[in-house]
Design a protein around this ligand. Sequence first.
Ligand SMILES: [Zn+2]
Ligand SMILES: [Zn+2]
Length: 363
Amino acid sequence: MDYLINKFNKIAKNILVKLTFNPEIVTNFDPSKIAKTTRVKTNKIHENIIFDEKGNILTSLSILMVFSFILTAILVLNVAIDYNNISSDSIDSNNFNYLIQDYQRNIPIITKETIDEISDKAIKTHVPCVNSKLDIQKSVNEKLKEVNKKYQTTQGLAIESEVLSVTNSDDPFHVNIKTALHVKKGNLEYEQVIDQKIAIENLKDPLPFLMCKNHPTLIENNTKINYKDSLKYYFIQNNLENPESYENASSPLIIKRCPYDPYIHHGDNFTLKNCIDNGYYHESADGSCYLCRLEGKGGCLHYGLETFIVPNKVNNLNLRSISSSDHVIFADHYPGDALTFYISENLYEIIFLDSSHRAKYGL
Ligand SMILES: [Zn+2]
Ligand SMILES: [Zn+2]
């Protein structure tokens, strides 16, 4: 294409030169003769145009026609090339945007995997994170470096990424991650700081394993935790009322959002029974947020989560112990009276609940 255009440009240039600077025309044109007769002058010029120095017969009309044809051809070719360039540019740019979107979609997935690994480690070792936000940030940055290398080799994309912060979200079932991104491929470039939310639902709750670290007999079966005598030990250590009531108690392992919202409906029919059997978590101003749970904090100032730690079934209702909300057991330590939520074969399924939690859940 370029070759053709150059060729056409050359021919056009030659003709233009001939038309404007033909030495025959210029040298034979004598201004002093203008006044004499127009007829003589016209004939002279006409003669010079029809017969050039090489003896070729050219009329001004045919020159003009050839010239306009070439001009049209050049224009058409230019338009065609521009169109090709534009469409290939737009394919490149669409592909570039698609790759960036794809990369961005991966960040929450990688972050969730990272939080899951950090949580697993805390559960297995009973050692809390010193700074969960920093641990997540560092680990995600390391993983993104590897991902960036892959994009470089497979897609030719030069990606620089930096997780700037991991923070609490307004909604305690999410955490926020802020990442600075710079992507370059050829003459295409993208630079942005992106904010994303990571759902913490379906992650394991590390808090019980960290709170019972001094006597870690608790076990889990992929959905629930059985405390065995670990919570009894914790009660004795913290000098709390009625340690035996929480022997073999259980609580959820996996973070799941309670669908019975507004919570005040937990008093309706078997709602509390369903909530407890499914191991749901609730929003709570006093409950520990997920990031603080990783640090082994039973309560925190962030807007957090609350679940019930359910004592073993009993046959005697005249009982009192620490209120069964997990932040009360692991941080606030105030008492509650037994509340029956199910009876079978003369055994009562109970939780201990203080008046403010009874009001919150409509019990
Ligand atoms: Zn619930
Ligand atoms: Zn917190």
